[in-house]
Design a protein around this ligand. Structure first.
Ligand code: NIG
Ligand code: FE
Length: 394
């Protein structure tokens, strides 16, 4: 008889590992880790806690590999402008958009910013997200970028969500500073701040944001500093940055609504993770990109919420899975892979999270449904019943 912390029995597991799908199995957890996976219920473990999943679907914790979770205020008011036909760029030009969130985040008291973000973290956990990447980029000046990093790191320490910090100093150009001066800050002090505080750097290359040339300068310097790269590209137009980032072996390229054929080939060559963000298409009422060619080419396609107050104020990964299946050519299994093991790859954590595997961190969801198709079908509903993070039942 071996003693352990937690056993989950009668679990319909989709492991995303070599264990495949187990219709009725047992999961054994000790010291924050998965120590055994058993097909059936024959074993010799004795546990302090036993959860009977009663045949419910059990999954790896979801990984949200692209969010802007830390910001102050709401921009739900922009919805009415959009419904009147105003574009995302027009709203931004009128002082809304990212600039509105920048003003709110700059003036927010650090404690309030933490509390607002913590509420969102709890919403992530309720919907099964156990790890989230979080970007800066609502500061666009040193003190607020630093304040955002402080919140991202404090959430990692004090909440049950594991957070991964990305420096998005080049989100847009600040309203109140000369662009050349800001770019100079980004290339020097900004990248030093990133080296100190972040696992990744990111830049938003698109109309109304950074040009291809500025993006090239920033990514080159970041790479020379040894930083891992991500990119926001092709959301509104393809300016060539998806191909550029892939050629520079970026870890992920995100959005990808508009991608030139040569950029697609570059992604495939590089092994860069393509990250699709269907919540933006939903909320901006734009055409959904077709992910089928990426999936058919065997790329490690990921999905994320892109949670942010302007283009996707939703933190629900199950909703993104449903959108991806209904509108973007994913099968349900591909959507699951895209929010677990492939999303883990997009944040360099595929060795530790993203699948149910012996030795991996025990980040587990017990749903209230029997099958994966139920998750896709119940769009807008939350199929998550219990969440386990690092072996702890939340
Ligand atoms: O990924 N498009 C650029 N950045 C975010 C939106 C940020 C915002 O509108 O606040 C995005 O969609
Ligand atoms: Fe984004």
């Amino acid at each position: 008889m071996q003693y352990t912390d937690l056993i989950i029995k009668n679990a319909h597991m989709m492991t995303l590992s070599t264990f495949g799908e187990i219709v009725s199995g047992t999961l054994v957890i000790r010291d924050e880790k998965i120590i055994d996976i058993i097909d059936g219920d024959q074993h010799s473990y004795q546990a302090d806690h036993i959860i009977d999943a009663k045949g419910a679907l059990v999954l790896p914790g979801f990984v949200d590999c692209h969010t802007h979770l830390v910001h102050s205020g709401s921009r739900a008011n922009e919805l009415q402008y959009r419904l009147q036909g105003m574009s995302y760029q027009e709203i931004q030009q009128r002082g809304g958009g990212i600039h509105a969130s920048v003003r709110a985040t700059r003036t927010a008291d650090p404690e309030i910013l933490y509390r607002e973000s913590l509420e969102r973290v709890n919403m992530c956990l309720e919907h099964g997200t156990t790890t989230a990447e979080i970007k800066t980029g609502y500061g666009l000046e040193p003190a607020t970028e630093k304040k955002m990093f402080d919140v991202i790191h404090r959430l990692n320490k004090e909440s049950d969500l594991e957070t991964v910090a990305t420096f998005l100093g080049p989100h847009v150009y600040p309203e109140d500073q000369d662009p050349e001066k800001y770019l100079d800050w980004l290339l020097h002090e900004g990248l030093q701040l990133a080296k100190d505080q972040a696992e990744f750097v990111d830049i938003y290359c698109d109309i109304g944001a950074y040009s291809f040339e500025d993006t090239e300068r920033f990514l080159n310097k970041a790479k020379a500093e040894g930083l891992d790269l991500k990119i926001h590209s092709g959301q509104f137009e393809s300016l060539g940055a998806t191909g550029l980032a892939a050629d520079m072996l970026a870890v992920s390229a995100d959005h990808l609504d508009h991608v030139a054929p040569a950029e697609f080939d570059a992604l495939l060559r590089a092994g860069t993770v393509p990250v699709f963000l269907p919540g933006c298409s939903y909320y901006l009422r734009s055409t959904y990109p077709d992910a089928r060619p990426y999936l058919d080419a065997g790329m490690p396609v990921a999905l994320a919420t892109d949670y942010n107050p302007g283009t996707c104020p939703s933190l629900s990964i199950p909703m993104m899975m449903s959108l991806a299946v209904m509108h973007m050519g994913f099968t349900a299994k591909e959507a699951l892979k895209a929010v677990t093991i492939n999303a883990a790859k997009a944040i360099n954590r595929e060795d530790r999270i993203g699948s149910i595997e012996k030795g991996k961190q025990a980040d587990i969801i017990i749903t209230s449904v029997k099958n994966l198709d139920d998750v896709i079908a119940m769009f807008g509903c939350n199929p998550v019943q219990y969440v386990i993070k690092k072996g702890k039942l939340l």
